[in-house]
Design a protein around this ligand. Structure first.
Ligand SMILES: Nc1ncnc2c1ncn2[C@@H]1O[C@H](COP(=O)(O)OP(=O)(O)OP(=O)(O)O)[C@@H](O)[C@H]1O
Length: 239
């Protein structure tokens, strides 16, 4: 992998009277797993959506190796994203879904079988997605993100619905992805699990970045990630 850092500078988004994200700055480095944490309504999804060009910021930039997502020459080869597991058509199979996205992304057709194997979806690949459990949908979403063999993964709550073995599998997968030089930005509320999975922390609260740095610095005082999170965030994140 080529080592693509994510740099967010002064990112700002307002919805009517709600300051969803205010002047956010942080980086996610290659070779590291960065946890993007914050209470409900803190601005995580809004930030990730701006990062991926799904909504336009009022101000600021989000760059992948210096380039906005929309200007990347082959975005799905640079960034694999999992934001919404509900978008696949229920009547189609995982294999057909992946074939469609493979063609759309201009990726070699062998990638379909490869990603099915990577996310261990082999047994379910020819079943209709409508009958999938949440965990199976999560694996399919990740498989879709991996089709372009990207350098960066941007994942919103990827462990939701995974069973314990799925959680261990995801943690190992993300650690190996980063060890190979990949960049991972992962949003989650599963703090106990994240403590075992991440290197760096970006904490957002009420739309503002409350803390960034290495997990080891955040927990130097013997705090768990959960204790540090509760110390640094206000009780009710929802605005
Ligand atoms: N399309 C929208 N229109 C109006 N308000 C929005 C919109 N999207 C987000 N918001 C508001 O912006 C704020 C930040 O929401 P966001 O979804 O980014 O938070 P979050 O940190 O991802 O929350 P959660 O952990 O609950 O998923 C919230 O107050 C939310 O209600």
């Amino acid at each position: 992998m080529t080592g693509v850092a994510i740099r967010v500078e002064n990112l700002t988004k307002r919805f009517g009277t709600i300051d969803a994200v205010v002047d956010a700055r942080f980086t996610a480095e290659s070779g590291r797993v960065t946890g993007f944490l914050g209470p409900n309504g803190a601005g995580k999804s809004t930030t990730l959506r701006m990062l991926l060009g799904l909504i336009r910021p009022d101000a600021g930039t989000a760059l992948f190796d210096g380039v906005p997502y929309m200007d990347l020459p082959a975005p799905t080869r640079t960034v694999g994203a999992v934001l919404d597991i509900g978008s696949a058509h229920p009547a189609t199979t995982a294999r057909a879904h992946l074939r469609t996205y493979c063609v759309l992304g201009g990726h070699p057709s062998e990638r379909v079988d490869e990603v099915i194997e990577t996310v261990e979806l082999d047994r379910f690949a020819d079943r209709r997605i409508g009958g999938y459990s949440t965990g199976m949908k999560q694996r399919l979403s990740l498989a879709t993100a991996l089709l372009g063999d990207p350098d960066v993964l941007v994942l919103d709550e990827p462990s939701n619905g995974l069973d314990p073995s799925g959680i261990v599998w995801l943690r190992t997968f993300l650690r190996n992805f980063a060890a190979a030089g990949g960049t991972v930005l992962i949003s989650s509320h599963a703090l106990g699990e994240l403590q075992n999975s991440i290197d760096d922390v970006v904490l957002i609260d009420h739309g503002r970045i409350a803390w960034t740095g290495a997990l080891s610095e955040l927990t130097t005082a013997g705090d768990t990630l959960e204790e540090a999170f509760l110390r640094l965030t206000t009780r009710a994140g929802v605005q």
